[in-house]
Every structure is written in structure tokens, then in C-alpha cells.
Design a protein around this ligand. Structure first.
Ligand code: C5P
Length: 408
């Protein structure tokens, strides 16, 4: 999706081995529709050449505050005023220190200092050795930079170029690109805590077999992402799917319906919105065998007994009504026909204010979907679109209803 269409980004690189990831970040930003002007410090050019960054950004890289190509000879003024955001990735410990002190010894720091605070957001992606990151001076600088209005992104954790392991890695290019996309989304759900279930469940028959379904988890993951982008604190309880965790979302992995129920019960405390998008298995084998079931030569399959799984959504909604709580519950219905009638009936049966219907077989595994929102007032169709696009619309609809509820 062209999530950064029309956005102009200044991408700053300071010195650090993570510069090799900035090439990919530049490519992703452009793929998402942005125009990118790269600015590099002298130290950054020790790690990656301006030639690479120019080829990827399709613009000459700016390196010096003495660049005379600008008619007024003040490249930093234009650079700070024109972009929709300045992103510095990697932001080295030294760069953070310079910015925290308001220093302006090179074009990149000069541009940051000269930017109008209310107009040009500054996002910093720190990258350094774990000791440098943990040092009180760096942490002090981070606190100062946040107080001064910069968005200091978190660091990743893991292997470092120096051979050590710990906090301080730069986030991956995909994460940085998603963080920037999220930055531009309207904050409909600021202050909300959203719990989402997604994906199928897997009900074990024995240690090697089980029952599951075709849910890909894509819709639920898109909702978790859209809620995070909208400013909510998001927890995603995910059945077995191979999808990357959306940027900024806390994920709890589960397998079975009972595990999903336990995770939801543990996480729902303090949540203000619950979106049940998971395709929970209706039944599970009454007892999973400890050992693999074997053919016994009789030609007969093993007799499997099933028991019904708890309805996680209905249980949460019922508990919430009993408590007269403020949790806003949203259910999903995957149907094969008569969507409106089924969605209305399901909304009543589950006892939730909003039920989202979709045609299951048409959407399972796809990147696109169409939704039917059913509430007390009636229904509204969200026409065929990419799931993330629909998820953003759904989040706006939920926010509107939360706003209305707050006014009651
Ligand atoms: O009854 P049905 O499975 O069609 O209901 C779908 C809705 O209920 C979805 O929101 C789904 O996540 C939720 N559900 C649940 N626990 C179940 C079955 C469904 O939370 N055991």
C-alpha cells in the first residue's frame, strides 16, 4: 500500500554500522510512496557510500552545510522546513548527545536545530553498543530529546556487530518504515488499551495431529496494527500463524481455544476495547492422546469424542455486562451466505454492541476483504479493500462509538 504517498522525508544517517540497514529503509520508504532526501554526516560516509544512497533515493545526497547549490547557500533552512518528517537512522550516541545539547556542527544537526518544532517531526532510531546505550549520559540525552519534542524510537535487542549481545541494535528497516507510517495516522484511540484475538486455534488430537481451520490471522493482525497506529496500547493474542508481529504491538502466542481463553482472561483486565477476530474452533477432542495414535490393523479409524469449546467473546461480554464495565466488545462473523441476518443474530447471541460480518470463504488467506458493520443503529458496509485499509476504517468506527459512549 502507498502509505507514504505524498510524504517528503529527510532521511539522516549518522556514523554506525547500522548504516547498512539504511539503504533498505530508503528503498522501503520510496516503495511506500515517499520522496526521500538523504543527508549524511561525515562519519556515516565511512560506513556506506553516498553513491548507494543517491542511487536508492534518486536524489543527490547532501553532505555539507557549505553546499553551495542552494541559491541562498542555506541548505539547512529548506531541509528543515520542507519535509513531513526527519528520520535519523542510525542515530549514533554522539549524534544524540549533539542534538540534546542543541549543537549544529554539521548539516544534519544544523537541520534538526533549524526545523520548526510544530511543523517538522523528528524521529530518531538509536543504534549503538549495549554499554553505550545503557550509559547514563545516553539515557539522559534520550530523556532530554523526548522533552524537546523528538520521537526517540526504541532499540532492538540481540546480536551486535561488536560481538556482544544486548540492547542497542537499530530497529529493522521494516519496523522503522512501519513506525513512520504509524506516526502519520490519526490518533483516534489515544489512551485506549485494545485486546485483539486473531488466527485459528489448533486443537490437538495427539502429539502430531490436530484440528484447525483456514483462518490466516491477517484481518486480526491488521486490526492490531491499525489500533496501534491510532495510538492505542495493543495486545494481540494470536493462534498459530506465521505473520510478523505488527510494529509496537505486544503479542501472546497460543495454540488451543482453552489457551486463547486463558490468555484473554489474563489480558482483558484494564483493556477498554476487545476485538475478537480469531476463528476459534467450536469443538476440541475430549482428550488429546499422550502418544501418537497408531493404526491397529482393524481398518477402523480411532473413535474421537469431541467437547464444545468455551465461547471466549460471549464469556467476556457477559462478564462485562455483569460488572457494568466500560469494555467495548467487537465480534466477527465469518459466514458463507445471508451475511446481514447472520451477523444481526450473532450480535444478539454474543451480547456485543458491534458485530463485523464478512464472507469467510472469500476472505480466508486473502489480503483483501469487505466488511459489514452491524450495531444497534443498523448496518454499514465497508467496501472491498486491503485488510489494513479496512482495519483503519474499523478502528475509526470503534473510536466514534467510544466517543459516543463517553458522552452518554
Ligand atoms: O459463533 P462464531 O464462531 O461464529 O462467532 C464468531 C465470533 O465469536 C468471533 O468474534 C470469534 O472470535 C468469537 N468466538 C470466540 N470463541 C469461540 C467461538 C467464537 O471468541 N469459541
Amino acid at each position: 500500500m502507498n502509505d507514504l504517498a505524498g510524504k517528503h522525508i529527510v532521511l539522516g544517517l549518522s556514523g554506525g554500522i547500522a548504516c547498512y540497514k539504511s539503504a533498505e529503509l530508503c528503498r522501503l520508504l520510496i516503495k511506500a510512496g515517499a520522496t526521500v532526501q538523504v543527508v549524511m554526516t561525515e562519519a556515516a560516509t565511512q560506513f556506506i557510500t553516498p553513491v548507494t544512497m543517491q542511487a536508492l533515493s534518486n536524489q543527490p545526497v547532501l553532505l555539507s552545510q557549505w553546499d553551495a547549490r542552494e541559491p541562498n547557500n542555506m541548505p539547512h533552512i529548506k531541509l528543515g522546513r520542507e519535509p513531513d518528517a526527519i528520520v535519523i537512522a542510525p542515530a549514533s550516541a554522539d549524534l544524540l548527545a549533539q542534538l540534546a545539547q542543541g549543537r549544529a556542527a554539521d548539516l544534519l544537526t544544523l537541520t534538526c536545530l533549524a526545523r520548526p518544532l510544530e511543523r517538522t517531526p523528528l524521529l530518531l532510531a538509536p543504534a549503538m553498543n549495549r554499554e553505550m546505550w545503557a550509559h547514563p549520559a545516553t539515557q539522559r540525552n534520550v530523556t532530554q530529546l523526548r522533552a524537546d519534542g523528538a520521537v526517540v524510537l526504541p532499540v532492538g535487542q540481540g546480536d551486535q556487530a561488536c560481538g556482544e549481545v544486548g540492547d542497542g541494535r537499530m530497529l529493522e528497516p521494516e519496523q522503522l518504515c512501519d513506525a513512520l507510517i504509524a506516526h502519520f495516522q490519526p490518533k483516534w484511540l489515544a489512551g485506549q488499551r485494545v485486546l485483539v484475538t486473531a488466527g485459528p486455534t489448533f486443537e490437538a488430537i495427539d502429539p502430531v495431529r490436530g484440528i484447525t481451520n483456514h483462518s490466516s490471522g491477517k484481518m486480526g493482525f491488521a486490526i492490531a496494527r491499525a489500533a496501534q497506529e491510532a495510538g492505542a496500547e495493543v495486545t494481540l493474542v494470536a493462534g498459530p500463524v506465521h505473520l510478523p508481529t505488527p510494529w509496537g504491538v505486544r503479542r501472546v502466542n497460543v495454540q488451543s481455544a482453552l489457551q486463547m481463553q486463558a490468555a484473554v482472561q489474563a489480558e482483558v483486565e484494564g483493556a477498554t476495547v476487545f476485538v475478537a477476530a480469531a476463528a476459534v474452533a467450536d469443538w476440541r477432542p475430549a482428550s488429546a492422546a499422550d502418544q501418537k495414535l497408531k493404526k491397529d490393523g482393524s481398518g477402523l479409524p480411532p473413535a474421537l469424542d469431541f467437547v464444545e469449546n468455551p465461547d471466549i467473546l460471549a464469556g467476556v461480554a457477559q462478564g462485562e455486562r455483569a460488572r457494568c464495565g466500560a469494555l467495548y466488545c467487537v465480534g466477527f462473523a465469518a459466514e458463507s451466505h445471508d451475511l446481514l441476518a447472520h451477523a444481526q443474530a450473532k450480535r444478539a447471541r454474543k451480547g456485543v454492541p458491534l458485530l463485523v460480518g464478512n464472507i469467510g470463504p472469500a476472505t480466508f488467506g486473502q489480503d483483501d476483504n469487505a466488511l459489514l458493520l452491524v450495531d444497534a443503529e443498523g448496518y454499514r458496509e465497508l467496501s472491498h479493500a486491503p485488510k489494513l485499509n479496512l482495519a483503519r476504517q474499523l478502528v475509526a468506527e470503534i473510536a466514534r462509538r467510544l466517543g459516543a459512549a463517553a458522552q452518554v
